[in-house]
Design a protein around this ligand. Sequence first.
Ligand code: NAD
Length: 475
Amino acid sequence: MDFNADYSLTINGQAVRTDDEMDVINPATGKPFARSPKAGQAEVDAAVDAAKSALAGWKALGWEGRREKLIAAARAIEPHAEAFARLFTMEQGRPYDMAKGEIDLGAYWIKAVARQDLADEIVEDSDTRTVVVRHEPLGVVAAIVPWNFPFLLGIWKIAPALIAGNTMVLKPSPFTPLCTLKLAELWRDILPPGVFNVISGDNDLGPMMTAHPGFAKISFTGSTATGKRVMESASRDLKRITLELGGNDAAIIMPDVDVKAVAQKLFFGAFYNSAQICIATKRMYIHEAIYDELRDELYKLAQSSVVGDGLEQGTMFGPIQNQPQYDRVMKLIDGARSQNLVLLEGSAVPDNGGYFIPITLVDNPPEGAPVVTEEAFGPVLPLLKFSDIDDVVARANASEYGLAGAVWSDDIGQAVEIANRLETGTVWINDNLQNGPHIPFAGAKQSGFGVENGKEGLREYTWPRTVFIPKQKVG
Ligand code: NAD
């Protein structure tokens, strides 16, 4: 398989080419380096037809049969992990080692989810009857994926949807289609035709999918604004939806932490993947007793960070993934500058047309500043001072988002009490960025609708069929 060329759609297990194509830009240079297919209505229709035709056979394989196929699909990734990772760095920007981490994690995730199942549940077993709940696949699932974790976030949808007996049409982000197109190519001979279809296109393709009556469910990861459009479109024929959306996560740092010991972990929790993570720390509330010391440690880390092309040895942080996102982050930074907020800028970045932004800390801005209230999704982090627990909890919760949060303290009991007051789907104590195939992940408030991962996530790819079985014959 040639990872450097020949990017085609996969529909019904076949390569499909389109008349139109789109440039794929390497964010480390700002220049196109590949062309990807641009699908339209005809390809959506063909992919849905193929996925529908594959449904009965895929369901008939049962959990064991599907498990075998999915584990084979996961194993097939492993010998190509380096080629995937190189392509990932070129289209997404993340440094190679960390890109490889996402590919390896993807293969692991498929296997872990494929080993799960949803057994029938007996909810009543009385003298007269047994009542059983069975978990039936929904049908054809549409998966819509963003550009920040283009491989893994697709797998978060593929693995549970397929093991539960659904078939799928997946649309990667227009900014990062290539690894997903290659994944589908790799699986053409491993999964039965039509079970897994991938179509790439521009931003018109998503609405074509959400409007298509052939889908039973839309599983979407992306911004809250787009998530609302998906929900509206899906409401027309009551498609099931799972929405994993934006976040503006707060970390609360209590005065009893060992500042030097936690600084590095806090720094990576905010800036890993150049801060383009839904669950990155995006507001850091630091107790006033340690504020100056921790700010200075974080600033030192920013100054010693190497931001550059992810294919170069030693790069710690890559570029922003795309031009519109670069513009959004720069607008926040320029806005903070024009408000005379104190910006602490990290090491210099390459000036070569790539979408590079220095790691930037904002020194105790007012709570209402856009750099605090908006989801930056880029390497600009407000550090905010607090002195009172009730006050900091109220400030952390004063957001329309509720994805994740963290409390850092040596007093675990107190940290748990604070964590229990945070209005977020996930809360970590003395940690960040943790999740797992067995751990439910869900956004509170406007960070999401529904659950991914864990048994709860798997169940979202099924509908419950309740069957009443009498113990006596009629009459
Ligand atoms: P986005 O909403 O712009 O795009 C996401 C996907 O939706 C892309 O594939 C895009 O082509 C498609 N799309 C665009 N318009 C559409 C429409 N009208 N109907 C259907 N699909 C449409 O988001 P993005 O910029 O790619 O990703 C960044 C956002 O994603 C951030 O807000 C981030 O917090 C969020 N995110 C959330 C999670 C999570 O699990 N909660 C994970 C990663 C990213």
